[in-house]
Design a protein around this ligand. Structure first.
Ligand SMILES: *[C@@H]1O[C@H](CO)[C@@H](O)[C@H](O)[C@H]1NC(C)=O
Ligand SMILES: *[C@@H]1O[C@H](CO)[C@@H](O)[C@H](O)[C@H]1NC(C)=O
Ligand SMILES: *[C@@H]1O[C@H](CO)[C@@H](O)[C@H](O)[C@H]1NC(C)=O
Ligand SMILES: *[C@@H]1O[C@H](CO)[C@@H](O)[C@H](O)[C@H]1NC(C)=O
Ligand SMILES: *[C@@H]1O[C@H](CO)[C@@H](O)[C@H](O)[C@H]1NC(C)=O
Ligand SMILES: *[C@@H]1O[C@H](CO)[C@@H](O)[C@H](O)[C@H]1NC(C)=O
Ligand SMILES: *[C@@H]1O[C@H](CO)[C@@H](O)[C@H](O)[C@H]1NC(C)=O
Ligand SMILES: *[C@@H]1O[C@H](CO)[C@@H](O)[C@H](O)[C@H]1NC(C)=O
Ligand SMILES: *[C@@H]1O[C@H](CO)[C@@H](O)[C@H](O)[C@H]1NC(C)=O
Length: 737
């Protein structure tokens, strides 16, 4: 696939390996040293070298095109800024008259922050190289090709490599940048964006995902105004507050139509996203590391590599953008063997037992779970600590040994008795999962008494506690080894099939701004080591709910707990918002007891179940012994239904039919590769018409095995679902005939 071009030469070489061509006949990558093209099924990305300045100038990121495109800058544009400030730049450096936000800012030993990065040479590769120490999308030579453009600043001896990979089938371009100090003095990288796109439009909308604890991923759409608008995380993690995702779109674009560009940063630390509409009719989008937590020093010969940003183009609306990201992430980001494997219906002990339990109450809860048809029992917080037992949240984190008072016969004894249980009316043994929060330490712990220096701290400044805990400095190799050993020891000590990896506070009082990124590199090393060592464990990420729901975590963990808010009405907004960037297969979603512990709301059990089963990992978050008999009686059928829809949720294409912000009957549709679908309308009062999407208009579909309608009728007219009560809901199956 793609074309090869020798390093630095000015000729285009279409090699025999060019197996990919889109409908216009364009191959994945062409590069001749002056013009560069990346082409996918429905996308072209083009740029060229300015032959007088050596700058890389952008030409196009959008629908597929072939042939010459106009690149001359009309000299009639009126305005005050120099040419460099009114052109579309691929990797805007700073200090030479472009007054917009830069993608890179380097401070030289002399103190200058001027850069002049000029084209030197390029390389084209089939496949995609790994990013050193960072999570990254991957693919075979048939799935992805990579162009690396080498830039060099002759005045400061700084080199920059821009890496562009194209996944043609997903209309996705993945970019990262690396800076190498080829000089003799130290330099400091003060900002580094993974991607920077100058759109040739000044009338655009943007969407971001904002939130907080228990209200993650709320979709926020706004008009892009003059000046800079953006959002960031500076909490040390990707955070509840803003997700590392941005969509830019034509103001007329909707869920199902119009041009949309999606940007998703493959990173779990602090990040920054800026959108700047300038005076010259252009809008710049920058996505990358947060400059306020970087100040990265590079000695001679050293390199800093940015995380990568996935950019997808859709000409079929916001939904098209999401489906490209979902497909790419399911197949070419998540490494776990469970990425698309059916997930066991589970019961998590947290809302049922909290951290107050003993061996026998846990066993009873596991037995109740098994009797309902649950396949995996997950023991949440509270199982560890000896000298400082974890009986409340002010002690024990860091001491990853089972509490001998709660497990007098050992943890393995309890695990053995639980995994000997059979899920109701099956020969399937219950599996056992366990909660950890390995990046944290309570001052009330043996670990902290032995290693106070392991907690993140800045000299003599007080170590501010949150939830009575401190953050371990995972940038330190000895802390990485401690965590890997502690978690491995427990996983080796008993038959544990699942880990919920929590993380409940932000990082502050850092020794230096660069600690944040150093921590992330350490954390990825830990994730990589453990998931490689225990590939049969189903790993779930969590950070007070969805506080670290990002593509970086998904590289290692196939699912993430979406929110601590289990109220099904709120979950519709949270799950629909999360699905903008992330595949539903990655979302943990549980049915909990009423009144709901976070909102106090009481909802019908079917409604709670239907919303939860629209996430890839369905489960219960309750004590069956404590809930009304009617609700309990409904659970086996809901578990069975969840298991029936699960394969379609895990691998199907998702269509958001009606949004909770816009409609009183939000609905979502999943279309499987073989033509089955599940649809979940949540309807108040009315009997609205719900129109489907993405079907074959000429094919015939049965509805719940009964009536059949054409795809065109289902998409253009829709079906009516009479539902008499508030919070009624329905899961409907369509089957292509
Ligand atoms: C995308 O490209 C494919 C293959 O080139 C083509 O079949 C399809 O119609 C295109 N989709 C859109 C929405 O243009
Ligand atoms: C530089 O590029 C311009 C426009 O693309 C072209 O007209 C001109 O001939 C080029 N000059 C050189 C020296 O290649
Ligand atoms: C780079 O700098 C060297 C030494 O200062 C000079 O000889 C050379 O011409 C410069 N190259 C370019 C492309 O400016
Ligand atoms: C560069 O930084 C290193 C590490 O901080 C320091 O040891 C070294 O002296 C510095 N070199 C110069 C030339 O300033
Ligand atoms: C476990 O806790 C339950 C409920 O508090 C109590 O009835 C039971 O005696 C306890 N069992 C043990 C072995 O401590
Ligand atoms: C198991 O089978 C029994 C007997 O048929 C039935 O009463 C019970 O509801 C079933 N349990 C589940 C969880 O399906
Ligand atoms: C340590 O635990 C004790 C008793 O549980 C508690 O009172 C104290 O606040 C805890 N100390 C810290 C620093 O969390
Ligand atoms: C671990 O538990 C699972 C599920 O209960 C069971 O299938 C498996 O055989 C057990 N493995 C070991 C080594 O006991
Ligand atoms: C078919 O329709 C009938 C009558 O509405 C209903 O009772 C039955 O459950 C439907 N069949 C399926 C498979 O849903």
């Amino acid at each position: 696939m793609g074309a090869d071009s020798a390093n630095g030469t000015l000729h285009s070489e279409t090699t025999s390996a060019a197996t990919y061509a889109n409908a216009l006949g364009a191959i994945a990558i062409t590069a001749d040293g002056s013009a560069f093209e990346l082409n996918g099924d429905n996308v072209s990305y083009r740029f060229h070298v300015d032959n007088t300045t050596g700058d890389l100038l952008s030409d196009h990121f959008g629908a597929s095109v072939t042939g010459d495109i106009p690149t001359e800058i009309p000299d009639t544009v009126n305005g005050w800024v120099n040419t460099i400030g009114r052109v579309r730049r691929e990797f805007p450096d700073q200090g030479r008259g472009d007054f917009r936000k830069p993608a890179v800012r380097i401070r030289q030993s002399e103190g200058y922050t001027v850069s002049d990065l000029q084209y030197q040479s390029h390389t084209v590769k089939h496949g995609k190289p790994e990013l050193p120490g960072l999570p990254a999308t991957f693919g075979t030579e048939d799935e992805v090709s990579t162009l690396i453009v080498h830039l060099y600043d002759n005045y400061s001896s700084v080199a920059a490599d821009l890496s562009y990979s194209i996944f043609p089938k997903y209309n996705a371009i993945v970019r990262s940048a690396s800076i190498t100090n080829q000089g003799e003095a130290n330099i400091t990288v003060e900002s580094l964006a993974s991607i920077s796109v100058d759109f040739p439009y000044e009338n655009l909308d943007m969407i971001s995902l904002r939130g907080d604890w228990a209200r993650e991923a709320h979709r926020e759409r706004r008009k892009v105004e003059y000046g800079t608008q953006g959002f960031e995380s500076s909490v040390g993690y990707s955070s509840h507050l803003h997700n590392p995702f941005l969509a830019i779109m034509d103001p007329a674009s909707t869920e199902s139509s119009g041009e949309v560009w999606g940007f998703s940063l493959v990173y779990s630390g602090s990040f920054s996203i800026d959108v700047e509409k300038g005076s010259q009719g252009l809008t710049r989008a920058l996505v990358g590391l947060n400059p306020s937590q970087l100040s990265w020093s590079l000695g001679p010969g050293e390199t800093l590599t940015s995380p990568e940003c996935v950019a997808v183009y859709s000409d079929s609306g916001i939904g098209g953008m999401s489906r490209s990201l979902h497909r790419l992430y399911r197949k070419n980001l998540i490494k776990s063997k469970f990425a698309m494997a059916d997930r066991p219906a589970l019961l998590n002990s947290w809302e049922g037992l909290g951290s107050t339990y003993n061996e026998s109450t846990i066993y009873e809860l596991a037995k109740e779970s098994a009797d309902l048809g649950i396949k995996m029992f997950v023991l949440d917080d509270g199982w560890f600590g000896d000298k400082y037992p974890r009986v409340s949240d002010d002690a024990g984190l860091g001491d990853w040994v089972p509490n001998p008072r709660r497990f007098p016969d050992g943890l393995a004894h309890t695990v053995n008795s639980i995994t000997a249980l059979k899920a109701a009316n099956t020969s399937t043994n219950l599996r056992f999962g366990l909660w950890f929060e390995p990046e944290m330490v309570n001052p009330n712990s043996t670990l902290y008494h032995e290693h106070p220096e392991w907690a993140v701290h800045a000299g003599k400044y007080p170590r501010t506690e949150t939830r009575n805990q401190l953050v371990l400095n995972v940038a330190l190799p000895e802390v990485q080894e401690f965590i890997i050993d502690a978690v491995s020891n427990i996983l080796n000590s008993a038959n544990i099939s699942y880990v919920k990896w929590d993380n409940n506070r932000g990082i502050h009082e850092m020794p230096s701004p660069s600690t944040d990124h150093e921590y992330m590199l350490g954390m990825y090393h830990v994730f990589d080591a453990l998931t490689t060592r225990f590939p049969d464990v189903l790993w779930e990420g969590c950070a007070s709910g969805g506080g670290r729901f990002d593509p970086g975590v998904l590289q290692y963990f196939p699912q993430i707990w979406t929110s601590d808010d289990t109220d099904a009405v709120e979950r519709i907004t949270i799950q629909m918002g999360t699905s903008l960037a992330y595949p539903p297969s990655a979302m943990g979603a549980h049915l909990s007891a009423v009144p709901n512990q976070q909102t106090g709301r009481t909802l019908p059990v079917d409604f709670r179940g239907h919303v939860a089963m629209m996430g890839g990992s369905f489960g219960l978050e309750l004590d069956p012994a404590d809930i009304p008999a009617d609700d309990k009686a409904a659970l086996p059928a809901l578990i069975e239904l969840a298991e029936k829809v699960n394969p379609i949720i895990l691998t199907g294409d998702m269509y958001r039919l009606n949004l909770p912000e816009e409609s009183n009957w939000p609905a979502v549709q999943f279309l499987s590769e073989d033509g089955k679908q599940a649809i979940n309308p949540n309807i108040n009062h009315a009997a609205p018409w719900v129109k489907l999407q993405g079907l074959d208009p000429k094919a015939t579909y049965s509805v719940d095995g009964n009536a059949t309608y054409s795809g065109s009728v289902l998409m253009k007219i829709g079906l009516q679902f009479p539902i008499a009560t508030d919070y009624g809901s329905k899961v409907v199956f369509f089957e292509k005939q």
